[in-house]
Design a protein around this ligand. Structure first.
Ligand SMILES: [Zn+2]
Length: 437
């Protein structure tokens, strides 16, 4: 490797290590926020045990990627929760973005066009997600089931003798997102990538903000507002606002930009640089009218002791748990030749994907407990990524863990799978047991 190559390599590797530290810090906060005192380990949110559930009673291996950008522990279970866990969310998003990009490329190659529709509604401080989300879903289902939409967007189904609508749509992918602001509370919105033909809305050129307009789009705006009103999310006082802003339609460029940004750290507030100055002051009274935070930015605020943000994050996880990050319409994944892959598998697949890694040492349960207790998990992995290639790696690992501590002590229990061999019968099984720090 020439000196030149090394120099351009290093920033990427450093950024990767910094991201590990950042995501782990947020995950540790999510674990603190979601942990319910007094509940059994199996009643806790699964993110509580992410990276802290050891699948062996022996020592766990420590792996390092050859380029020095990443490190991980083996034999440790991750949670696969895309809403509550910043570590797993980043891994799953990587897989999902690849799927989306592939679909977009295939569709364009076949001469198709994609639109990006964004649906939202007027919302106010004090409204709960529990109240808003079912109404939003109701409006959307009725909108998509309406005659006008079907006439344009019906997907052909020869088996049922259903003909394609005018847009020649092959399917859509939707992504439910939400931000939270000091002025207007929860802001749920839905992005819908529609894979169809060009000119589906008989639209002209986009305006300076990339928004499309046409008589057809105006018609759908009116329809969307009508369904919002039926669902109780719009009334006379905000009907005009809803007509102007609650449905936004963009063309191929908007769709491509959306996919390119989708799931990136900045977009989700995983990157600390982008958290507003509010996070740094950590004062409740700085919630301003222009603030709006992604759920992971709420975690940043929570680290600084913001109780308002802590409660909002809990509410968000409760409302979004079990939902998909992206929903593909029936048959669309097949259409593009994409296999079904669960979030848990998508999170795990990345681990297995590290073929260019090597084992540099191992740590015991007590050492893992130490890292969890002091919130040093991410920093430890970054240390291994940077120095794990040295000959005395095991010694460095032991010394580093022995010296860590001194920060804020946290609840540090871990889960360990114990092998249970019943006296009768010929089966054995593993039972997770909480190990006190
Ligand atoms: Zn996780």
């Amino acid at each position: 490797m020439s000196r030149y190559t090394r120099e351009i390599d290093i920033p990427g590797v450093e950024a990767s290590r910094a991201a590990m530290v950042r995501r782990d810090g947020l995950r540790r906060q999510a674990q603190t926020v979601l942990h319910v005192k007094g509940k059994q380990h199996n009643q806790q949110h699964r993110t509580v045990w992410c990276g802290r559930h050891v699948l062996t009673e022996g020592p766990v291996p420590v792996f390092r990627r050859l380029d020095g950008g990443k490190a991980r522990l083996g034999q440790v279970k991750t949670c696969g929760s895309v809403w509550a866990c910043p570590v797993c969310a980043a891994k799953v998003a990587e897989v999902r973005r690849r799927e989306l990009t592939h679909a977009m490329q295939e569709h364009v190659k076949a001469g198709g066009h994609a639109y990006l529709l964004t649906f939202t509604f007027p919302h106010y401080m004090g409204q709960t997600l529990e109240d808003l989300l079912p109404k939003f879903d109701q409006a959307r289902n009725r909108f998509q089931g309406s005659k006008g939409w079907k006439k344009l967007m019906q997907v052909a189904n020869p088996a049922k003798e259903i003909e394609a609508g005018a847009a020649g749509r092959v399917g859509s992918v939707t992504s439910a997102e939400v931000t939270y602001g000091g002025a207007n509370g929860w802001h749920p919105h839905l992005h819908m990538l529609v894979f169809c033909k060009a000119g589906a809305f008989e639209e002209g050129e986009a305006d300076e903000y990339g928004r499309l307009s046409s008589a057809a789009i105006d018609y759908f705006r009116g329809e969307w507002v009508r369904h919002l009103e039926k669902a109780g999310l719009v009334d006379g006082s905000n009907r005009q606002w809803a007509f102007d802003y609650a449905l936004d339609v963009r063309g191929g460029k908007g769709a491509a930009e959306y996919i390119a940004k989708w799931g990136h750290e900045e977009r989700w507030g995983l990157s600390s640089e982008l958290t507003s100055s509010h996070a740094k002051t950590g004062r409740r009274d700085t919630w301003g009218t222009k603030d709006h935070y992604t759920p992971f930015q709420l975690l940043h605020l929570s680290i600084d002791g913001d109780g308002h943000a802590t409660c909002a994050f809990r509410e968000f996880v409760k409302a979004f748990d079990g939902k998909r990050m992206l929903t593909w319409s029936p048959g669309l994944k097949d259409h593009f030749g994409i296999d079904e892959l669960s979030d848990e598998d998508a999170a795990a697949e990345q681990e297995l994907g590290l073929q260019d890694e090597h084992q540099v040492g191992e740590i015991g349960q007590d050492q893992l407990t130490q890292l969890v207790t002091w919130g040093m998990y991410g920093r430890f992995l970054a240390f291994v990524a940077e120095h794990g290639h040295l000959d005395n790696a095991q010694q460095l690992i032991d010394d580093w863990i022995a010296a860590c501590g001194g920060g804020v002590r946290r609840r540090g229990n871990i889960l360990v799978d114990r092998l249970i061999v019943p006296e009768h019968g010929n089966r054995y099984f593993f039972k997770p047991e909480e190990v006190e720090a």
